[in-house]
Design a binder for this molecule. Sequence first.
Ligand code: ME8
Length: 515
Amino acid sequence: MADSSPFYITTAISYPNGVPHIGHAYEAIATDALARFQRLDGRRVYFLTGTDEHGQKMLQTARREGLTTEALAERNSARFKAMVETLGCSNDDFIRTSEPRHHLSSQAIWQRMVDAGDIYKNTYAGWYSVRDEAYYTEDETEVRADGIRYGGQGTPVEWVEEESYFFRLSDYQERLLAHYEANPDFIGPNERRNEVVSFVKRGLKDLSVSRTTFDWGIPVPGDPKHVMYVWVDALTNYITGVGFPDETSPLWSFWPANVHVIGKDIVRFHAVYWPAFLMSAGIALPKRVFAHGFLFNRGEKMSKSVGNVIDPFNLVEAYGLDQVRYFFLREVPFGQDGNYSHEAIVNRINADLANDLGNLAQRSLSMIGKNVGGVVPACGELSDNDKAILAQADGLYEIAKTAMAKQEIHVALAAIWACVADANRYFAGEAPWGLKKTDPTRMETVLYVTAEVIRQIAILAQPVMPASCGKLLDQLAVPADARLFAQLGPVGRLTSGAALPAPQGVFPRYVEAVA
Ligand code: ME8
């Protein structure tokens, strides 16, 4: 039975203190592919992304640029919104934490944590990294040769001492460990889970959750001299997006989220603080937090000072949208770090897309156009080879479904492209061009089987390359309502005799511009 239950998926919300870079684009593309996969699989999907606009980092950048924080947020949030549009993301909403609905929601969760007795006032004295918007204990910091003290993620820290509200995180240690134990899929991949478990086992300290030295944030209910620590409000976006605190909102049926997709640098916030806040507020916990790896430019960390930051808009312009989406999701095992280089992307475009899938489609469809009169060929008796390649294509759905449920996007793509490679071997081996005169019935069967395998590959690759797969399915005259996963396998087989449009290439080769 098809599963039509709700599926709620989110990206991290980006800091709009700068413009989007390829790390942001990567997260958006991957989350979009996961969302589209579930939609095609018949689930009722809600996909949320947005921008995280409060905190000291925003304030410092705004001052440096001579802007108000509002103006900086407005300008750069628009760039992030444009990025997800340019990347073809199918998000249902784009949340900005400066919106009134989010202030309301953050104050409501705060009040619930107060009511649970988990918030108290004291003085914070310790290290803070504005770049990470994170507190570090002394032993998580080190003074390097340059005389500057750095925090756990290698960013400079400063000493902070001020009145602050605290959240009784220390009370949640046992409950969190019990939750990780009872829900082994709560954190993925496993390396990240192990890190979190050992971090929590080392003991949790209460968390400073408000600041008084600046006012760019959400005021603490009843004590507006304090603004909430930016991570309290940032994490809350995930429930604001589905209607909190209005638990009668139709959107609230999407909570708890099925998966929060984030980068590996922010696991602690999502897998320790967030579930503790939710437990305190009496709200259900997300089912899973999945951390992807970091992208590097030829092995080097991207940074403004090195000047090697990749602009996602330029990338799409240079290589094409579906090409960029395919490259990142195929090249980098999701969950591990990965590299971007011009050579690697060109290689994927030309080998996997233009040669393997593009040529197979182009060659078989133009033979159908020329030799079968531009209709879906007749399917005669099936040979063992025909049955084997059809069975492989029919089996892809289960493999992809299992992989995508664990966010192993690369595993799904590897299986699909293994089938593309085998379909090419099948096509070359059966050599339908040689059958035209000797055995036209057999030629039609080979072309039918090839077209049917391409149909399934195109349906399954839609989450990653929506536009190109749409074009491939147009060429096979697959109607718009027959492109869901329910049509995979024998039930959706192509109908012999159906008219096909004139074939056109879908995956052009990347040709280097002559300097
Ligand atoms: O962390 N490669 O925002 P952010 C891959 N506002 N992913 C990367 C990356 C890279 N080089 N650089 C960043 C924040 N990311 C917070 C999140 S969520 C309630 C608040 C990922 O703009 C990063 O890991 O610094 C994060 O998941 C996302 O981009 C936004 O990063």
